[in-house]
Design a binder for this molecule. Structure first.
Ligand code: BGC
Length: 747
């Protein structure tokens, strides 16, 4: 009787016990009906290679579903997620994607599975696995624009073009901080600074997921790779990182926290180890920090084969079964297994024998089903009525061109050799990157490593082609001179150079990522150095164009060339954008999102500690990068004046206003990223000499004057202290903007 009374009380006064219903799907009711096999299937992700015709790494081209393999995946294993394009294969035409995705959906329904399959893909700089999609500059170039609004726009386009292929999940953005220039994935980061990278992270999530991730034009984002992946001590991918908890929180956590707060739906885990523990087996990082502290509610997916790697690479588990238990108990929701079903078999056994509590499994399945409902997978047809007429459109490639144009960073321009806008001149264009779309795009371009030029987007121009087209009043000539690693017809190149008025040398780096991109020496190849040096001997203006995966050391040539145009990996419109910076149609406004090292053993960041400036003669000159973080020239000149700070004291919950006037004193329109830095004079953790506090990119017409204001709150000056708390300590601080400096007290 008492029980009935209690129940009635609950129904009338508290309301019915709430079931989790999203977009009309009652997730708890679904979970209650699922078998152990179905739950394990939902936590499994396989590669397209496992269900396609052909051998796993030698698929029939174009990729095509194999009925029997599909039956095994969806009927026998109830697989919940599939990814990418198949090991060793490349980009897929949109119509082909459509038949793959619809084929999976139809098979899934025919096996009476009520839960739809979630397809995920690496759309890293545009929908790079969909033929003819718009390819944007890689993330490092996006950061160099210092214009997060552009990052938001390009992610919206990437989402749209990914959905056009029926794919609702993108393994992007990379939120690892680029503080190790040797690392093969440096170009995939938003650079070395927490503030700049965090603002790009937020923009990327907003652009990709939009207001409603369940729309036909948005996709779920995946923050990569949690946590500390980008800072291996050796610089080689997936090798040990030694990072204290304090540094993890100070440098590597904020981008992820920002993205989680922006509503990012999924996260991928760091393949490597930190302080001796592989992250895939680290409960402290995957549960205590990610779930309990940061409150992340989305799906945590492993990186490629990483549960097996706990056995065969990291040696922390003796068997795959032990590894599965370790990873799931640490906090993994879904395993990118991705080439077999051993993981799934182990998981089923572990659940059935009670080694993993069903409550732990249900928590993961709930997150996966929540994502699927949020994405609208249960109640929409895979292909909504949207026609995707903007896929690969001119509008989208214009955006790519604009972003490439804003990213390109003019690092040197002696005697204003650039722009080359005199008619009637002879210009020689040479070097390995002059006639290559692959070297402009880098890895994750049509294929994983981006080295196969069979798939290149039709109609895109190389640097030489774009220069030739855009400078009809000049004579443009081409000679390769050198490949990436050897001289090629150098005598022909020198012969043409002798009669040229200007020489443009386009240097590059082989597209690569992850372990295939590991290098031992950051120095530009000797063939490319030799080419530049041979051309320098002619005593003609030499303009260097650099398209690198990471800042290759160019110290031996940088001081002798007349101009340096740093292109990063500018994507399919990079040829046009670089060419228009050279001919002056684009006024450069990119600024380095990293400190450019001048020597292979001198990786010091701009926000270094004072002790890192002490030179061998005890002067303060040891910090000598090739180019500083935030550096970049323009064809305009900007004059800063009237710098002011509203108060000389800042109270804990208060803010102050920093203001400065910026004038474009040149005769052409230009854009400037105004950068505000601060320095904590005394702190319990050694303070950096300076740290970026805020930035604003403004565009000024010729002669225009604009006031730029920044609001500074005490919390903006915080850091992680010894007890891992984020604090702002009272004391004196300096604000630094251009050549101005002002001090104030934080109470
Ligand atoms: C990479 C991830 C990528 C995944 C799927 C891994 O090897 O580290 O960044 O998303 O493969 O392709």
């Amino acid at each position: 009787m008492k029980k009935i009374a209690l129940l009635l009380f609950a129904v009338f006064f508290i309301g019915p016990i709430k079931a989790q219903t999203i977009n009309g799907v009652n997730i708890d009711a679904l979970i209650a009906k699922m078998s152990v096999e179905e739950k394990a299937g939902q936590m499994t992700q396989i590669d397209l290679g496992v269900i396609a015709v052909g051998d796993i790494c030698n698929l029939k081209n174009p990729q095509q579903l194999d009925k029997d393999k599909l039956k095994r995946a969806l009927n026998d294993y109830k697989v919940g997620s599939i990814l990418n394009v198949g090991c060793g294969s490349g980009t897929i035409a949109v119509e082909n994607w459509r038949s793959i995705i619809t084929g999976i959906h139809a098979a899934n329904t025919s096996y009476k599975n009520v839960i739809p399959v979630l397809y995920g893909v690496d759309a890293i700089h545009g929908a790079n696995y969909s033929m003819g999609a718009t390819l944007f500059p890689q993330q490092i170039g996006q950061a160099a624009t210092w214009n997060p609004a552009l990052t938001e726009q390009l992610n919206a386009v990437t989402a749209y073009e990914t959905r056009a292929s029926g794919i609702p999940w993108n393994f992007s953005p990379v939120l690892d901080l680029g503080r190790q220039p040797l690392w093969s994935r440096f170009f995939e980061t938003y650079g070395e600074d927490v503030v700049l990278a965090s603002s790009m992270a937020k923009a990327a999530i907003n652009g990709m997921q939009g207001k409603d991730v369940n729309s036909s034009t948005n996709v779920a984002a995946c923050m990569k790779h949690f946590l500390g992946y980008s800072f291996p001590l050796s610089g080689r991918d997936r090798t040990p990182a030694w990072i204290s908890d304090r540094e993890l929180r100070e440098y590597f956590l904020p981008t992820f926290k920002t993205a989680i707060d922006a509503g990012a739906k999924t996260i991928m885990i760091n393949s490597g180890e930190i302080n001796g523990t592989p992250v895939h087996a680290n409960y402290d990082i995957l549960t205590t920090l990610l779930r309990n502290e940061l409150g992340f509610k989305g799906v945590a997916v492993t990186d490629w084969e990483d549960i097996y790697k706990l056995v065969n690479v990291h040696h922390v588990a003796a068997t795959k079964k032990e590894a599965v238990k370790m990873a799931i108990m640490a906090g993994i929701d879904m395993s990118m297994t991705p080439n077999d079903y051993e993981y799934t078999d182990c998981l089923i056994t572990l659940i059935k024998e009670g080694s993993i509590p069903i409550s732990r499994i249900d928590a993961s399945v709930r997150r996966i089903l929540t994502l699927k409902t949020e994405l609208g997978l249960f109640n929409t047809t895979i292909y909504p009525s949207t026609q995707y007429t903007k896929f690969g459109s001119k509008e989208n490639s214009d955006l790519s061109y604009r972003i490439a144009g804003e990213s390109i960073t003019l690092l040197k321009n002696d005697r204003n050799v650039l722009p080359l806008n005199n008619a009637g001149q002879k210009i020689l264009v040479c070097g390995p990157a002059a006639q290559s779309l692959n070297l402009l795009n880098g890895a994750w371009t049509h294929t994983w490593q981006g080295v196969d030029d069979r798939f290149n987007t039709k109609g895109k121009l190389t640097i030489y082609e774009a220069l030739k087209q855009s400078m009809p009043k000049n004579t443009l000539e081409y000679a390769k001179g050198a490949s990436l690693d050897s001289l090629v017809d150098i005598s022909e190149c020198i012969k043409k150079a002798k009669t040229a008025d200007n020489i443009i040398v386009c240097l590059g780096e082989k597209p690569c990522t992850e372990i295939p991109g590991n290098i031992n020496d950051l120095t530009i190849s000797s063939a490319q150095q030799q080419l530049v040096n041979a051309l320098l001997e002619l005593k003609k203006p030499v303009i260097l164009v650099c398209c690198f995966n990471r800042p290759q050391i160019i110290h031996s040539i940088s001081k002798n060339v007349d101009a340096i145009v740093y292109g990063y990996l500018p994507g399919d419109e990079g040829g046009r954008a670089i060419s228009d910076v050279i001919n002056g149609k684009i006024n450069p406004s990119g600024k380095l999102p990293f400190t450019y090292p001048s020597a292979v053993n001198a990786f010091v960041h701009y926000d270094h500690k004072s002790s890192e400036e002490l030179d061998i003669d005890f002067s303060n000159n040891a910090y000598r990068p090739e180019f500083d973080f935030g550096y970049g020239l323009s064809y305009s000149t900007f004059v800063y004046s009237d710098f002011s700070v509203s108060n000389d004291t800042l109270l804990k919950n208060d803010s102050l206003v920093v203001s400065v006037l910026v004038k474009n004193t040149s005769g052409i329109q230009g854009a400037e990223a105004v950068q505000l830095y601060y320095h904590d004079q005394v702190a319990s953790i050694t303070p950096s000499v300076k740290k970026l506090l805020a930035f604003k990119k403004i565009t000024l017409q010729a002669g225009e004057l604009q006031r730029v204001e920044f609001i500074v709150r005490a919390t903006d000056l915080s850091f992680i202290n010894k007890t891992l708390q984020r604090v702002t300590e009272p004391g004196m601080f300096d604000l630094l903007l251009a050549n101005f400096k002002s001090s104030f007290y934080v109470d």
